[in-house]
Design a protein. Sequence first.
Length: 154
Amino acid sequence: MTKINMFPIGFIHSPYKEAKDVPIQGRFRDDVEAWVELEDEYIEGLKDLDQFNYAILLYYFHKSNEISIVGKPFLEDYEHGIFAIRSPNRPNHIGLSVVKIKVIKENKLFFTQVDIIDGTPLLDIKPYVKYFDNRENINSGWLDKHFKNGKIPL
């Protein structure tokens, strides 16, 4: 197996100190704000990101100490394969969140739609681009039954 070395480009600061406090998806709590604090050497990488409404954050689930190939997600009574759920107990503990950009000041990116624990190491930032990232006729598998008629299960 090939080993890949990664390192944080910064850290995510949020009001959520424990996993139990984090919403199932950040977009269900639009009023909560957090920020990314980048290492100084990456500040120039934020150039022009303020022209986008949303960003994709890739991070390391630093509080996850186990790996599971199947798991029972929050909304289900049944187990699903790890690649069909968004559990932190993944083989590489990589997380992904789409966040709403509020403002960028120096080495800080302030955002809402937070679903990340405070102190999480940030691996990368990518702009959310509607021309690339939006899809049509989406089937969301086992999750569709939980969101029938626009209902948000909380």
